[in-house]
Design a protein around this ligand. Structure first.
Ligand code: SF4
Length: 481
């Protein structure tokens, strides 16, 4: 079995990848502007929802319950979907999912398919796998179209081209759609995309989507979107394939009442998405004639096995944690090397990969807790980050690793007052070569990574305990006098 999460296993560490991006002022301005706009809209619609906290509690409880009984809910979904005329396929990893989808396309004699935005297909690198089989995938979501035509990578879960501004989009469309006179106003760009996509909608007979929710009770699938291009993909083709992670399941149709209030408000700052599509199996003379659901594991069951981190699978991919994260807002999404950027990517990607790769991601956080505050399903991301940092040290680093040895030494020093005071004395004596005006500016060796981006106060000449002792002594002397 080969678990793949886009190119995360081969990507450089977050710290390395982030450095050049921090110098890209245009990218940082684009990310800051877009996330500010979404955050303002979110705050307004959340502020007018009096039972917001109760909704978050309810969503968290539904997800906790579902994951506890995931095996039976998945089987219930399969049974209900099959009874309604759908076909359910099980994929243990990314390659198997891609193979199943390529086979379905071939069985229906297709050479092309139209796609709704689905980060799960980015996770499995579906487009590349289909291309390899001679099948062309056309993205129809505006942001995904920009990414595809610009040979770029998504940088945000909800708005994958958030790092591009209007002028950059115009350049891509001008070149790729052969429209030298194209303007840069939103209506110019959407009209160009509409014209370009219309021909695909009318000529390609196989559609592919993800799933926001899979309803176990009915075997139904729910997709919410803002543009309407998705609705075209869901209704026009004869064959529809849905690729969904196994954690997308919810038990009942009524549970949607909770999630359809939380998701649009958290993701795009809307009370309701303009397009909410819900369908179950196939119906005669109405929509696709063949419907397939591919249920993807790709490391999710091992996330489920970790009691402290399994809350990661509660995620409904709203991206509210990305928009608020001070780290994501500085670097954008490409530094995470995964389809899942920001705080959720920092906890999801390494876990899907079994903690063998992407080990720098749990450290890509200031642990400020802003992500936890906005998460609509109450995932305690800082708690999971700390847990994963522990796993990186315990499971992946050798006992002789310099950092592990330093931590062990620090633990031994902090465990004994005598050792701690001795270390302070040695530190005070030994720090003079690196101290300037009361600050340590450049530590030697690997410790230099710390002072490269921070200043550190020098150890004071007198400890609090020493000062107190002195004070008591002076007081006694004064009494005697
Ligand atoms: S972790 Fe929470 S806030 Fe972040 S994308 Fe998932 S549901 Fe949204």
């Amino acid at each position: 079995m080969t678990i793949r999460v886009a190119d995360a296993a081969e990507s450089p560490s977050f710290q390395k990848a982030a450095l050049p991006l921090l110098h890209d002022t245009q990218l940082r301005a684009n990310v800051r502007h877009a996330t500010d706009v979404i955050q303002r809209k979110r705050a307004a619609v959340v502020g007018e929802t009096p039972d917001w906290q109760e909704l978050r509690e309810a969503a968290s409880a539904i997800k906790t319950h579902t994951l506890r009984h995931l095996d039976s809910y998945l089987l219930q979904f399969e049974q209900a979907c099959t009874a309604a005329g759908g076909h359910v396929h099980w994929a243990s990893d990314a390659d198997e999912a891609n193979r199943i989808i390529a086979d379905i396309v071939r069985q229906h004699g297709g050479k092309q398919l139209i796609k709704i935005k689905t980060m799960t297909s980015d996770e499995t690198k579906l487009n590349d796998a289909l291309e390899h089989e001679g099948i062309r995938a056309h993205e129809t979501d505006l942001a995904e179209l920009i990414i595809q035509l610009g040979h770029d990578k998504p940088s945000h879960i909800v708005v994958p081209a958030l790092h591009k501004n209007r002028n950059q989009v115009r350049e891509i469309f001008r070149e790729q759609m052969h429209l030298p006179e194209l303007g840069n106003q939103p209506e110019d760009l959407t009209a160009a995309a509409r014209h370009y996509l219309r021909e695909k909608f009318l000529s390609v007979n196989i559609g592919l989507c993800g799933a926001n929710f899979l309803v176990a009770e009915t075997g139904g699938v729910c997709i919410v979107e803002s543009e309407g291009n998705g609705r075209m993909c869901l209704t026009l083709p004869d064959v529809l394939i849905s690729l969904a992670g196994i954690e997308k399941i919810i038990p009942t149709f009524q549970d949607l009442e909770v999630f359809l209030q939380l998701l649009p408000r958290s993701a795009t700052g809307e009370r309701m998405n303009p397009y909410n599509s819900l369908w179950t199996g196939v119906r005669q003379n109405d929509g696709p004639k063949h419907f397939h659901v591919v249920l993807l594991d790709n490391g999710r069951t091992s996330v489920l096995a970790d009691a402290e981190a399994r809350q990661t699978l509660h995620c409904i991919r709203c991206a509210a944690c990305l928009n608020t994260c001070p780290v994501y807002r500085q670097t954008g999404g490409h530094a995470y090397g995964s389809s899942y950027a920001g705080p959720v990517g920092a906890i999801l990607t390494p876990q899907l990969l079994g903690m063998e790769s992407a080990q720098s991601l749990p450290y890509a956080s200031s642990l400020c807790g802003a992500c936890y505050e906005v998460c609509p399903v109450k995932i305690n991301i800082p708690e999971v980050l700390i847990h994963l940092r522990g796993r990186v040290v315990r499971e992946q680093k050798s006992a002789l690793d310099a950092e592990a040895l330093a931590m062990k030494t620090a633990a031994a020093i902090f465990a004994s007052r005598r050792r701690f005071e001795a270390a302070q004395r040695i530190g005070r004596l030994g720090q003079w070569p690196v101290v300037s005006n009361g600050w340590v500016k450049n530590l030697p060796g690997m410790l230099g990574n710390w002072t490269r981006v921070r200043d550190l106060r020098a150890l004071p000449q007198q400890t609090f305990r020493g000062w107190w002792k002195q004070r008591v002594k002076d007081g006694k002397q004064a009494d005697h006098a």
